[in-house]
Design a protein around this ligand. Structure first.
Ligand SMILES: NC(=O)C1=CN([C@@H]2O[C@H](COP(=O)(O)OP(=O)(O)OC[C@H]3O[C@@H](n4cnc5c(N)ncnc54)[C@H](OP(=O)(O)O)[C@@H]3O)[C@@H](O)[C@H]2O)C=CC1
Ligand SMILES: O=C(O)CCCC(=O)O
Length: 498
């Protein structure tokens, strides 16, 4: 029997998260290992709006991570042996439960992460869409027959689940980064040990509670919260783990890459970006402003694909900056659960310090604050959405990912000039541009060194397309049928003596 978080006596008039949920059993304070809810809740999870504690979760480490991997190892043969249809049906049920509980999941997500409720609902929907998509893909893991080179032999290649998989996920998308890894893994026949970000474990635990309800067997999907480096080391070094899927900073991605090298493990890495967003002078400026807003300010600028450097061409520069800053200045800031709020708090004070550092540096170099530029009067980690103009191409913000609500607008002269600036980065995750000339659209899309290009759009994420980066932005792809390939091995079989 799993123990949900008990109702807390609320001393204030504001109902607790527990009391606001339609199904309070989704609020969990234990981890799930080998089919049991275990651990002592000890590590507080707080609301970034006001620091109020939402729940406590266990602080697990090496021993529990090893237990979780070994549970996943024991569960693997039976799960891999199920027919694709059997696994697909369980995943379908998980998707249906996510959809049926979308409002509760979104409320948990906003409460621990801070993004506006409408965005949290959107994230839960796409999170569910990954599960739905991979429930369908489970039945399409086809192999191939190969024309033989020997008359007495037949050749074929079959695809088999890679084995136990580790998943390490970030706080900025506490739902969709989990389902984007776990659902293809389960669909392929792999078992999983998940370590969600310590800032946002409650959405993850709720997703696991729904997976349990959907009939995912014991040991197939395990989750543990706690010491990230110790748990990460077990996932990288335990011989049973064959794949690690990670979304997060490039710095941590490189640590995992090195640790996993010892056991020659396959890795999927979704790391930092530094997305350029280019507005050419033939663009529809109003559409470009809308695109810049969604790309830059979604999740308060805390997405790895968000526009980090905005380049506007000479002729339209002033008009673009004016229209963008007008819209940004009108954004409603506050608790993401309040009606009309489009910007919540940043995840923590470190995030605020990074935005301030980038603004200070740009301003010292001659940039002008057109709107925003400082901490918001609400206090805590609230920061005013900001637009800077006349930013120099060598500013810190041109080189580093801000991960906050800061839009620096750079000026450029021509296509060659801007492509060189865009590609002058060790990162290559997303990129965006607005243009109408068809020749230019093809040239620029092909020239950008990035895993993803948005042309005349600021929102490119969908479960049906391959998401991932080049250069130091990572390895592999998530989502789409390519996302399944990460979780299978190809086995070549020669049948001779035919
Ligand atoms: N590409 C992306 O989507 C993301 C990029 N970032 C970038 O990284 C910056 C820092 O954010 P941060 O949250 O610290 O990102 P991290 O890379 O530190 O965190 C991502 C995940 O990795 C875990 N982790 C941290 N250290 C280790 C380790 N040594 N071994 C295994 N797992 C580990 C974290 O756990 P825990 O939280 O428990 O420490 C979390 O689950 C952001 O400002 C942003 O620039 C951050 C998040 C997502
Ligand atoms: O920031 C990330 O790590 C993933 C972005 C997901 C999205 O674009 O919805």
């Amino acid at each position: 029997m799993n123990p949900p978080v008990a109702a807390r006596a609320s001393k204030t008039s504001t109902p607790s998260l527990h009391d606001r949920l339609k199904d309070s059993s989704l609020l969990r304070d234990r981890c799930y290992i080998d089919g049991a809810w275990v651990g002592t809740p000890s590590r507080p999870v707080t609301n970034p709006v006001n620091g109020v504690e939402l729940a406590k979760v266990p602080a697990f480490s090496t021993a529990e991570a090893t237990q979780a991997v070994e549970a996943a190892e024991r569960a693997f043969p039976a799960w891999a042996k199920l027919t694709a249809k059997q696994r697909s049906n369980i995943l379908r049920k998980w998707f249906e439960l996510i959809a049926a509980n979308r409002e509760d999941l979104a409320l948990i997500l906003t409460s621990e992460q801070g993004k506006p409720l409408a965005e949290a609902l959107g994230e839960v929907d796409i999170g569910g869409a990954y599960v739905e998509f991979f429930a369908e893909e489970a039945r399409r893991v086809y192999g191939e027959t190969i024309p033989t080179q020997r008359p007495d032999a037949r050749l074929l290649a079959i695809k088999q689940p890679i084995g136990v998989c580790g998943a390490i996920t970030p706080w900025n998308f506490p739902c969709s980064m989990i389902t984007r890894k776990v659902s293809p893994a389960l669909a392929a026949g792999c078992t999983v040990v998940l370590k969600p970000a310590n800032e946002t474990p409650l959405t993850a635990l709720a997703l696991v509670a729904l997976a349990e309800k959907a009939g995912v067997p014991k040991g197939v999907f395990n989750i543990l919260t706690g010491n990230s480096s110790a748990i990460g080391k077990v996932l990288c070094e335990h011989p049973a783990v064959r794949f690690i899927g990670f979304t997060g900073s490039t710095e941590v991605g490189k640590i995992l890459y090195q640790q996993a090298a010892v056991g020659v493990k396959k890795l999927g890495l979704e790391l930092g970006g530094n997305a350029p967003f280019v507005v050419f002078d033939d663009a529809d400026i109003d559409a470009a402003v809308e695109g810049a807003i969604i790309s830059k300010y979604r999740n308060m600028g805390q997405t790895c694909v968000c526009a980090n450097r905005i380049y506007a061409q000479d002729k339209i520069y002033d008009a673009f900056v004016e229209k963008l800053s007008k819209k940004v200045a009108a954004m409603k800031i506050g608790d993401g659960t309040e009606q009309g709020v489009v910007q919540g708090p940043l995840i923590n004070m470190d995030a605020v310090l990074k935005v301030e550092k980038h603004i200070d540096d740009a301003v010292k170099g001659g940039a002008k604050v057109v709107t925003g530029g400082k901490r918001h009067a609400l206090g805590g980690s609230f920061f005013e959405p900001t637009v800077l103009s006349n930013v120099k191409s060598d500013a810190l913000v041109a080189r580093e990912e801000t991960f906050g609500p800061l839009a620096p607008v750079f000026r450029f002269k021509d296509e060659a000039d801007v492509i060189a600036m865009c590609n002058n980065s060790p990162f290559g995750l997303a990129s965006y541009f607005y243009a109408r000339d068809l020749g230019r659209v093809w040239r620029v899309a092909e020239a950008l060194e990035a895993g993803m290009v948005g042309v005349n759009t600021g929102l490119i994420t969908t479960e049906v397309a391959p998401f991932g980066g080049v250069k130091e932005s990572g390895l592999g792809r998530e989502g789409s049928h390519h996302g399944m390939e990460e979780y299978v091995e190809i086995k070549y079989v020669m049948m001779a003596g035919v």
